[in-house]
Design a protein around this ligand. Structure first.
Ligand code: F6P
Length: 364
C-alpha cells in the first residue's frame, strides 16, 4: 500500500557477493538522490551492520563510478538475525539481534530499508517488514533461484564466466582424450549448470533437480567413445546427487559422503565414472571465480533497471515488495513471494528439452 514517499533510506547488500551489486547500488542511489532528493545511509556488511549500527551517509561520489566494479562497496555477510532469535541466542552484547536492527532503523530515522540479496536476504527483509519496518528487496544471486523474478542479477555474469571455463576445458579434454568434469555453483538449484552446460556444449549436464544414474552416464560415454568421440565434457551443479543419494535421509547422505572422502560432487563423480567406464577422468571446481570480476552488460542493465525501479517505489512509499524482472518489463512482487522459497528448475523447463534435443545426457 503506497504511503508518503521516503526521505531517507538505508541500503545493504547481504549473502554471497556477485557482479552487478554495485551497478544495483548505483541505480537505487542515483535515482533516489538525483531524481527524488533522498538521503542515503549505507549499511556495512549486510544485516550485521544494522545490528552493530555500522552505517554512514553515502554521498554522490560514493555511488558514482561503481557501475563496472565487481563485489559490493558496502561489504556483505550471511548474518541471519531471525535464526539467532529462533535459537534464543543473542549477539555478544546480550541483545536480541532483531531488536538491535529495529533500534538502529529508528535511530537513523530511516523511512525504508533497501536490501540487495538472495533468498535469505529477502526472507529476512520480509520478516523485518512483519516487524513493522518498511522494506524493499532486489533479487541478487548467481544462482538465479529466487521466486518471483524471471532472472536475478549476477546470474548472467556467472554464466559467462562458467561458459568460458567450459570452452577452455574442451581443448585439454581433446588433447588428453579425457572426460573433464566441471562443478558449477548454484546452491540447491541447477540453473547455472544447465545454462552453462548448454552454452558450453556439455555432453552431460547434471543438476540437483534430476538425480543422476551412473549407469546411464556410463552408457552415454561408452556410446560417444564407440562413435569415435575421444573426449567428453560433464557440467555438474554443486548440488547434484545420484539416485542412490536422493533415496537417503540427509544424515545418511552426509555420512556416505564423509566416507567417500571426496570434497564435492565433481570428485565423487570422477571416481564413479572411472570405475564404471575405465575412462581417464578429471575434475575442476570453478568455485568463487563465478562470483568475481566485472558485471556483464546484461547484468549491468538488469541491476540498474531494478535499482531505479526500487527508487520509484521509495518515492511512492510503496513498501513490502521485491522488484523483479517479469518478461521484458520490471515489476514488483510482495516480499512474501520469494520468502522462504527456492526456485529450482522445473522438470518440464524448455532448457532441459533443448539440451536433450542436441544429444546432451541429463544423467538419466
Ligand atoms: O549463493 C551464491 C553461492 O555462491 C552459492 O552458489 C554457493 O553455494 C554459496 O554461495 C557459497 O557460499 P559462501 O560464499 O558462504 O561460501
Amino acid at each position: 500500500m503506497a504511503g508518503s514517499g521516503a526521505k531517507t533510506f538505508g541500503i545493504l547488500t547481504a549473502g554471497g557477493d556477485c557482479p552487478g551489486l554495485n551497478a544495483a547500488i548505483r541505480g537505487v542511489c542515483r535515482a533516489a538522490h538525483d531524481r527524488y532528493g533522498m538521503s542515503v545511509v549505507g549499511i556495512a556488511d549486510g544485516y550485521r551492520g544494522l545490528i552493530d549500527g555500522d552505517c554512514r551517509i553515502l554521498r554522490p561520489d560514493d555511488f558514482s563510478g561503481i557501475l563496472t566494479r565487481g563485489g559490493t562497496i558496502l561489504g556483505t555477510s550471511r548474518e541471519k538475525p531471525f535464526k539467532a532469535r529462533a535459537r534464543e541466542e543473542t549477539n555478544d552484547i546480550g541483545e536480541d539481534k532483531v531488536a538491535a536492527i529495529k533500534a538502529t532503523y529508528q535511530k537513523l530515522k530511516l523511512d525504508c530499508l533497501v536490501v540487495l540479496g538472495g533468498n535469505g536476504t529477502n526472507t529476512t527483509g520480509y520478516l523485518l517488514s512483519r516487524e513493522g519496518l518498511n522494506v524493499l528487496g532486489l533479487p541478487k544471486t548467481i544462482d538465479n533461484d529466487i521466486m518471483g523474478t524471471d532472472r536475478t542479477f549476477g546470474f548472467h555474469s556467472a554464466l559467462s564466466i562458467a561458459t568460458e571455463a567450459i570452452d577452455r576445458l574442451h581443448s585439454t579434454a581433446q588433447s588428453h582424450s579425457r572426460v573433464m568434469i566441471i562443478e558449477l555453483m548454484g546452491h540447491k538449484a541447477g540453473w547455472l549448470a544447465l545454462y552453462a552446460g548448454v552454452a558450453g556444449g556439455g555432453d552431460i549436464i547434471l543438476i540437483p533437480e534430476i538425480p543422476y544414474d551412473i549407469k546411464a552416464i556410463a552408457r552415454h560415454l561408452e556410446k560417444r567413445t564407440a562413435s569415435g568421440r575421444s573426449f567428453s565434457i560433464v557440467a555438474v551443479a554443486e548440488g547434484a546427487l545420484s539416485v542412490e543419494e536422493a533415496a537417503m535421509e540427509k544424515k545418511e547422505r552426509k555420512k556416505y559422503r564423509a566416507e567417500a572422502g571426496a570434497p564435492s560432487v565433481a570428485y565423487r563423480l570422477a571416481r564413479e565414472i572411472e570405475a564404471e567406464t575405465g575412462l581417464e577422468t578429471r575434475a575442476t571446481v570453478l568455485g568463487y571465480t563465478q562470483r568475481g570480476g566485472i558485471p556483464s552488460a546484461s547484468d549491468r542493465v538488469l541491476a540498474t533497471s531494478l535499482g531505479t525501479a526500487a527508487a520509484n517505489l521509495l518515492a511512492k512509499g510503496d513498501y513490502g515488495k521485491m522488484v523483479a524482472l517479469q518478461g521484458d518489463r520490471i515489476g514488483a512482487v510482495e516480499l512474501s513471494v520469494p520468502a522462504g522459497k527456492v526456485k529450482t528448475v522445473p522438470q518440464d523447463h524448455y532448457m532441459i528439452d533443448t539440451a536433450m534435443a542436441v544429444g546432451t545426457c541429463m544423467g538419466v
